[in-house]
Write a protein that binds this ligand. Structure first.
Ligand code: C2E
Ligand code: MG
Ligand code: MG
Ligand code: MG
Length: 284
């Protein structure tokens, strides 16, 4: 009887797995097509200075504008793109889109703030990543100082020597580096001390609970203190309430992102926000 059950379970998983594989092949096919048809768009989420409430930068976040299904969010296709190797092309495409947007804003006299672009660990570890990055910036005539790169702590720690080497080269050009989802990747502190990075982004999972969980609030505070000791900037992701913001301010966190200030917005809406942001600055 037990054997029978095992057999069933095995077949069930097998069936589930092949079903998922079929699904992935289908998504991969659609992603390729979407790249050719240029169906990817970017939304932009502001980064905000906690003290002044001014926008200090934007993060580019990809969305798939699918003609049949509408707007699809990255958690639904980035993992498949990573599994199938399509992520490299997608990340390069997103880099190019971001640069073209910067250039367009400059041409329109909008004076955009620095824009950070998420790079998958898979793309980061491709041996021509640096070359591709350089040629995209040169082709689009965007200055290195206009962009930043976000790489997750987990990806960065996978091969510390390689990461160190590449980040140093990227940074020597004037591109800033943000360590994304920080706190989840179990960084070795001795490496972090020497890593050529600029900003730690505290993962949303800690920020979520800072108001009622002592451990999460202690960790958040410790990350902020550590960032200061290492002379790094620190930004909290996923801030949704005034209470969280007040606590982060008490902990001397410098910047934040989150729905409290703004969700990631399409180009037209972010343009309005940027215009207002500079008006406010000039009025001071
Ligand atoms: P991430 O880089 O950590 O981005 C933060 C995510 O949290 C974004 O989700 C953002 O919309 C969301 N978020 C920001 N503030 C809040 C908040 O207050 N509350 C809540 N509930 N969520 C908030 P999104 O855009 O769905 O992106 C998810 C992840 O997909 C990103 O996490 C990043 O890892 C990946 N991703 C997004 N765009 C790209 C891209 O262009 N290239 C690559 N390689 N990955 C990307
Ligand atoms: Mg990010
Ligand atoms: Mg993040
Ligand atoms: Mg995250």
């Amino acid at each position: 009887k037990a054997k029978e059950n095992q057999g069933n379970t095995y077949e069930f998983y097998n069936y589930k797995m092949s079903e998922q594989m079929d699904k992935n092949i289908e998504i991969e096919h659609k992603l390729k097509h979407a790249l050719e048809k240029r169906e990817f768009i970017l939304h932009y989420q502001p980064k905000v200075d906690i003290k002044t409430n001014k926008i200090t930068g934007l993060e580019a976040l990809v969305r798939w504008k699918c003609p049949e299904k509408g707007l699809i969010y990255p958690n639904n296709f980035i993992p498949v793109a990573e599994e199938t190797g399509l992520i490299k092309k997608l990340d390069e495409h997103i880099l190019e889109l971001s640069c073209l947007q910067i250039k367009e804003w400059i041409n329109e006299g909008l004076n955009p703030p620095n824009i950070s672009i998420n790079i998958s660990g898979k793309t980061f570890y491709e041996n021509d990543f640096l070359d591709r990055l350089e040629s995209i910036l040169e082709d689009t005539e965007v200055s290195y100082e206009s962009i930043s790169i976000e790489i997750t702590e987990t990806a960065a720690m996978k091969d510390k020597k390689y990461t160190y080497k590449i980040l140093e080269q990227i940074r020597s050009k004037g591109i800033k580096i943000l360590l994304d989802d920080f706190g989840k990747g179990y960084s070795s502190l001795s490496y972090l001390k020497d890593f050529p990075i600029d900003v730690l982004k505290i993962d949303k999972s800690f920020v979520d609970n800072i108001c009622y969980n002592n451990i999460d609030s202690s960790i958040t505070r410790a990350i902020i203190d550590m960032a200061k000791a290492l002379k790094l900037k620190v930004l909290a992701e996923g801030v949704e309430t005034e209470e969280q913001l007040r606590l982060l301010d008490n902990f001397s966190c410098e910047e934040y992102q989150g729905y409290l200030f703004s969700k990631p917005l399409p180009v037209e809406k972010i343009e309005i926000m940027l215009t207002k942001n500079t008006e406010k600055t000039e009025a001071i």
